[in-house]
Design a protein. Structure first.
Length: 441
C-alpha cells in the first residue's frame, strides 16, 4: 500500500478478538409440551444462539453442550443442568452464560446472588437476550437486581394464588395431590377406588378391631406380608411398599378419606371420592384409638424410674431400648423394649425386651464394683447418697450399655474422664475430713 508521501507502507493485520465461549442455559417449570418436536427449551436456545451469532465480531462462539432443565422450578438450585453448568464454570470451561430471560436462570434473589459471586470469581459474564445488559458494568448489575426482585415478587404472587386455589379445592372435597393411600388410585386429578386394595383396607380395620391394639395388629400384618401403598411417580420412580409400623398403621386407621371425606387445616369436608369403610366401623376404631392412646403407646415410667433410658442398646438390632411397663391388677412390671420390636413387631428382634429391675441392678453393681476398684472409700461415699443421687451418678459415669439378649451378656462402657473427676473429688473430700479438728466439751 502506498502512503501519502508515495512511500510503500506495510499495515499489520487486524488482531482477532479472543474467543468467548458461550453456554446457553434454558429452563421450563413444567414438563407440559416438552414432548413436542420444537418446544419451549428449543425456542429459548434458538434465540440465544442468534444473539451469540450477532456478537461473532467480538469472538463469541456458542458451545455445543446443552444445559436444559425441563420440568424444574427456578425457586431453588437443585436442577441437573444448572448444577452441570456451575461445575463447568468452576472448571474454567465457560466465559459467558446466555439465557432468554433472567428468571430462566433463577427466581430466587439469594440463589442468584450466590451464582453471580461464582461468575465474578471465575470472570464469567452473564447476558439476557430479551433484557440486554452486561454484568461487567455497574448499571447492568443494578438493572439485573431490579429485574430479579420483580421475578421473585411474581413467583411469590403465583405461590399465593396456588395456595388459595388448593385451599378452595380442598374445601370442595377435591384431591389436590400428595402421597397416594392404600385403597385408591390417582386417575387424573381424582381418587378412584382400587377394589383389591379396598378389600385389604377393610380387613386391616377388622384386624385392629379384633386386637384392639396397634402392635398385635402390626404383627399380623407382618405375617400376611402386607405393606403400604406402592406407587410410581411421574418420573418413573417407585415409592411406598413399606412394612407397617405402629405409626404407619395409625395414619391409615385415622385417614378420613376412607369414609369419603377430606381434612384441611383441622376441618373435615365431604370428599369427591367414594368411601370404602363404613362410618360405623371408622368411628369404632377412632374410639378404640382414643381409649388406648392415639398412637397406641403405653405411658412411660417416670425418668427417675428409668435409670437406663437413653443408655441401653439392643446389640442384635443396634437400636435403643426404651422403658415401658405392663400392669396386671394392682402390680406394675417394668421393662426395656427394643424400639425396632416396638415399631415393627416382636418377631423382628431376637431379644425384644428385658426386665428393667434386674438389668438396672446389674449395671449399678458393676459401676459400684468398678468405682471401689479405682478409688478407696467409694463404697462408703456411695452409701451416703440418696436413691435419686445414686441414679444421677450412674448416668453421669455411664456412656452406653449394650444388651445381647441371645447370650445374656451385658457390656458397659464408662466415662473415664468422669471417673477421674469423681476420684479427685473423693480425694479432696478425704483430705478435708482429715484436717478437721473435733472439739468436745
Amino acid at each position: 500500500m502506498m502512503g501519502t508521501n508515495g512511500r510503500h507502507v506495510e499495515r499489520s493485520p487486524r488482531r482477532q478478538p479472543a474467543a468467548v465461549r458461550c453456554a446457553v442455559y434454558t429452563r421450563k417449570s413444567t414438563e407440559e409440551g416438552l414432548q413436542q418436536e420444537f418446544n419451549s427449551l428449543d425456542a429459548q436456545r434458538e434465540a440465544a444462539q442468534s444473539y451469540i451469532a450477532s456478537m461473532k465480531h467480538e469472538g463469541w462462539i456458542c458451545l455445543e453442550k446443552r444445559y436444559d432443565d425441563g420440568g424444574y422450578t427456578g425457586g431453588n438450585m437443585q436442577r441437573p443442568a444448572l448444577l452441570d453448568l456451575m461445575a463447568d464454570i468452576e472448571r474454567g470451561e465457560i466465559d459467558c452464560v446466555v439465557v432468554y430471560k433472567v428468571d430462566r436462570l433463577s427466581r430466587s434473589l439469594l440463589d442468584f446472588a450466590r451464582m453471580m459471586e461464582t461468575f465474578e470469581k471465575r470472570d464469567v459474564s452473564f447476558v439476557s437476550v430479551t433484557q440486554q445488559f452486561n454484568t461487567t458494568h455497574s448499571m447492568g448489575r443494578l438493572t439485573l437486581n431490579i429485574l430479579l426482585s420483580f421475578a421473585q415478587f411474581e413467583r411469590e404472587i403465583i405461590s399465593e394464588r396456588t395456595r388459595d386455589k388448593m385451599s378452595a379445592a380442598r374445601r370442595k372435597g377435591k384431591w389436590v395431590g400428595g402421597t397416594p393411600i392404600l385403597g385408591y388410585d390417582v386417575v387424573g386429578t381424582k381418587l378412584v377406588v382400587n377394589e383389591a386394595e379396598a378389600a385389604r383396607v377393610r380387613r386391616i380395620f377388622d384386624i385392629y378391631r379384633k386386637h384392639q391394639a396397634l402392635l398385635p395388629a402390626v404383627r399380623e400384618l407382618e405375617r400376611l406380608d402386607w405393606t403400604t401403598k406402592r406407587w410410581t411417580t411421574r418420573r418413573g420412580i417407585s415409592r411406598g411398599g413399606l412394612r407397617f409400623t405402629k405409626a404407619r398403621l395409625c395414619r391409615l386407621l385415622t385417614h378420613v378419606a376412607y369414609v369419603g371425606k377430606v381434612r384441611f387445616q383441622g376441618a373435615v369436608y365431604e370428599g369427591e371420592q367414594r368411601g370404602i369403610v363404613t362410618v360405623e366401623v371408622f368411628d369404632a376404631v377412632q374410639q378404640l384409638l382414643a381409649c388406648h392412646g392415639r398412637n397406641g403407646r403405653q405411658q412411660r415410667p417416670r425418668s427417675s424410674e428409668a435409670l437406663l433410658s437413653g443408655l441401653l442398646i439392643c446389640k442384635a438390632c443396634g437400636r435403643a431400648m426404651t422403658p415401658t411397663y405392663s400392669q396386671r391388677r394392682a402390680r406394675r412390671y417394668r421393662y426395656y423394649v427394643c424400639t425396632r420390636a416396638q415399631k415393627e413387631g416382636w418377631t423382628m428382634c431376637p431379644s425384644p425386651s428385658v426386665p428393667a429391675g434386674p438389668m438396672e441392678a446389674f449395671v449399678i453393681d458393676q459401676i459400684r464394683s468398678l468405682g471401689s476398684e479405682r478409688q478407696a472409700g467409694f463404697e462408703r461415699s456411695w452409701n451416703t447418697l440418696s436413691s435419686s443421687e445414686q441414679h444421677r451418678l450412674i448416668r453421669q459415669l455411664t456412656q452406653v450399655v449394650v444388651y445381647d439378649g441371645q447370650t445374656g451378656q451385658v457390656a458397659i462402657t464408662v466415662d473415664d474422664e468422669e471417673m477421674g473427676k469423681l476420684a479427685q473429688r473423693s480425694a479432696g473430700a478425704t483430705e478435708t475430713r482429715k484436717g478437721v479438728r473435733c472439739v468436745s466439751n
